[in-house]
Design a protein around this ligand. Structure first.
Ligand code: PLP
Length: 478
């Protein structure tokens, strides 16, 4: 077959690709963190048509350097502090590479038993590592599954919650004729509204629960009031979404308090700890999940802070029957003896899509290579660096903390106001030394300093901070 690499060529190009990655990481420090490309730069540098004749693989690597790298924002850069980290790591990459090499499709147990069973074991290990209750484990009433993203996990949780609340009716007849409602704080991730839209409930079904202005955490009394009002009006509450670490400020809703309210109406509790949840590998951070034993589902993303190359979102349910009840469907072409025996898990019933890759390999590689000790060290170093950021902010009267630091996220602003805050941030981002993203808290602009990359040192934090200080000085001088 023309263009097909021989095994020897595959080895040679494979080594070159790994070398390329190692060199890329080594060079990152010198590159601007945020891409400086203008719209269309990358497109216009690429040919308009695919080549008729195959080309040497070296050409692709050369184009990566020439065309692609300038169009990248470097998420693995040591001074990447925007959004949340999306850590890759050597171990995860090799795990992912092995998964690609094996190329198995684990849609049902029978299509590759190891894909399913390794994932079950890895998710049980990880549940234990996070201190999750035993009923989330696959040998309990629940079980874990790797989803592509927390957004998909939240959507899946909502489908299971609707199934449970409707006793199967939604699955058969859809949501017509009932006014289903969903609850989350004003700080809940937008994937909650998207889930309601995708489930056919509509964005209006989401009740926006008030937060405490200082902590930005959900007000359980407002949750109770809204639930009571909806139930009195004949509406059907399907799910309460609890954020353990919001995207904007890292605010942590009180899981136990929210669950206590939801239990009054027997409503499904979904805990979204996409970013913060992995910190529970450290016993001293488990307090953020206090009350998790009362949740019906829980998601956290190793693909954010925990060194597992995107995509790897770990999702658990306390009772797998709600999930499989909502999503199982068995066309003739997937019938097989193992499924019919009832002795195996078919993960195609645990998420919207059928096909699935062997994502457990990269999490397995991370867990085995770092060990839980190494992962705790990584989380603790991110938290310690954020504490350092916090002390830097406190020591400069031109800046102030907007909310209390949560784990490795510091939210700050320039005292002079919104414009000064956003202008200083943009100046740093445009300069390339570091990259921050912004939010608004109680209507005021703020800069998010999200530490957590595996390559960030104290010197990197100091350099980024000095860049912010210089940006503020430049405004004063102007
Ligand atoms: N939930 C929270 C709290 C988040 O912070 C994020 C992303 O930052 C998400 C959900 C969405 O994550 P994903 O990209 O995995 O869908």
């Amino acid at each position: 077959m023309s263009g097909h690499m021989t095994p020897e060529e595959f080895r040679r190009h494979g080594y070159a690709a790994i070398d390329w990655i190692a060199d890329y990481w080594a060079a990152l420090d010198e590159l601007p963190v945020r891409s400086q490309s203008a719209p269309g730069d990358v497109r216009s540098a690429l040919p308009a048509h695919a080549p008729e004749a195959g080309e040497p693989f070296e050409h692709l690597l050369a184009d990566l350097d020439e065309i692609v790298v300038p169009g990248l924002t470097h998420w693995q850069h040591p001074r990447y502090f925007a959004y949340f980290p999306a850590n890759s790591s050597p171990a995860a990459i090799l795990g992912d590479l092995l998964s690609s090499g094996i190329g198995a499709q684990g849609m049902i147990w029978a299509t590759s038993p190891a894909v399913t069973e390794l994932e079950q074991v890895v998710l049980d290990w990880f549940a234990e590592a996070l201190g999750l209750p035993a009923h989330f484990r696959s040998d309990g009433s629940g079980g874990g599954v790797i989803q592509d993203t927390a957004s998909t996990a939240t959507f899946t949780a909502l489908l299971a919650a609707l199934h449970r609340a409707s006793q199967g009716d939604v699955r058969e007849h859809g949501v017509r004729g009932e006014e289903w409602t969903v609850y989350g704080s004003s700080q809940a991730h937008s994937s909650l509204v998207k889930a309601a839209m995708m489930a056919g409930l509509g964005a209006e079904a989401v009740r926006v629960v008030d937060v405490d202005p200082r902590s930005q955490a959900m007000d359980p009394e407002d949750l109770r009031r809204r639930l009571a009002e909806d139930v009195a009006a004949g509406r059907r509450p399907a799910m309460v979404h609890v954020a353990a670490g919001t995207t904007s400020t890292g605010a942590c809703d009180d899981v136990a308090a929210a669950a206590h309210v939801a239990e009054e109406w027997d409503v499904w509790v979904h805990v979204d700890a996409a970013w913060a949840g992995v910190a529970a590998v450290c016993p001293e951070h488990r307090g953020l999940l206090a009350g998790i034993d009362r949740a019906h589902s829980f998601v956290t993303n190793p693909h954010k802070w925990l060194l597992t190359t995107f995509d790897c979102s770990t999702f658990w349910v306390s009772d797998r029957r709600a999930l499989t009840g909502a999503l199982s469907i068995l066309p003739e072409y997937l019938r097989n003896a193992a499924t019919e025996s009832g002795d195996v898990v078919d993960y195609r019933d645990w998420h919207p899509q059928l096909g699935r890759r062997f994502r457990a390999l990269k999490l397995w590689a991370v867990l085995r290579t770092y060990g839980l000790e190494g992962l705790r060290e990584h989380v603790r170093s991110g938290v310690a660096l954020a504490e350092h950021v916090e002390s830097l902010v406190r020591s400069d009267p031109r800046f102030e903390l907007v909310t209390d630091r949560v784990l490795s996220l510091v939210v700050l602003r320039v005292r002079a106001g919104d414009e000064a805050t956003l202008t200083a941030m943009e100046r740093v981002n445009a300069g390339g030394v570091a990259y921050f993203s912004h939010t608004t808290v109680e209507g005021r602009a703020a800069i998010r300093f999200a530490v957590g990359s595996w390559r960030t040192t104290r010197q990197d934090v100091d350099r980024a901070w000095e860049a912010l200080q210089s940006a503020v000085e430049a405004q004063t001088d102007a």
